[in-house]
Design a protein around this ligand. Sequence first.
Ligand code: CAA
Length: 257
Amino acid sequence: MSSSTGSEQAVVVTERPHEHVALVRLNRPKVLNALSNALAEQLAGTLERLDADGVTRAVVIAGDDRAFAAGADIAEFASEGPHLEVWDRIWAVGLPTIAAVRGLALGGGLELAMSCDMMVVADDARLGQPEINLGVIPGAGGTQRLTRTVGKTLATEMVLLGREISGREAELHGLANRAVPAERVLPVALDLAKRLAKQAPHAVRTAKKIIARAFEESLHAGLLDERRAFYALLQSEDAREGIAAFLEKRKPVWQGR
Ligand code: CAA
């Protein structure tokens, strides 16, 4: 399955490695998967379609061996510049997403990986926010998500000095869920996705949304949101099934309702 039609180049390619799991590949290998506006648009459209298809339960986003993505397309800076509004659509996706990072994740590439719910990285991956070297700053969440995840000390070095960190360091600082040898990145990411796809779909989406609120609200407001979401889920068919399955000592069968 590909995400473009007619003569338009597929800069985002979608595969279906498992019934409920989609693998979305960034596909501009000659420019290290630089995130052109066309690529960002295709990616947002692809994720929105998967989000609404009623089948997909988890998405892995990957690049290739050399790069997840080397950032926004600098060649476009002189003309139109990056259309940053498209990121709102990427951030609004309700499905759980996993970034599978080999090689470079720089600038917008790291911001895309940080937009995902989980990150699997190669031990030797190179992660950074080098925008300062261009005389600008990150524009798609780098100053905020990186700081909240790794803390001000390291984020300041990465954003103000353009310091890169390895995949292994990213795991140590809590930026990545797993750092593994490069050839294991995709299998491990797909395995996590399959595990996510086995959980009750509605509960997974709700959990993702409420976790995101921890970055946006006071603890008190977040706890109230969590309580409301818990009571709402308790009324769902899946919760009734999950509880009945536990009591009957069998595996639950989720309907996503
Ligand atoms: N945009 C456009 N083209 C890019 C690119 C980018 N971000 N990164 C790499 N490329 C292109 C190069 O121009 C080169 O193209 P040609 O073969 O046509 O010359 C090709 O990809 C291969 O790159 P290099 O020859 O430079 O490869 P390298 O291994 O020597 O160096 C690199 C790799 C260190 C990543 C270097 O390419 C580089 O510094 N790239 C820019 C990284 C960057 O600054 N990213 C941040 C962008 S700004 C941003 O992302 C803003 C935001 O928050 C939204």
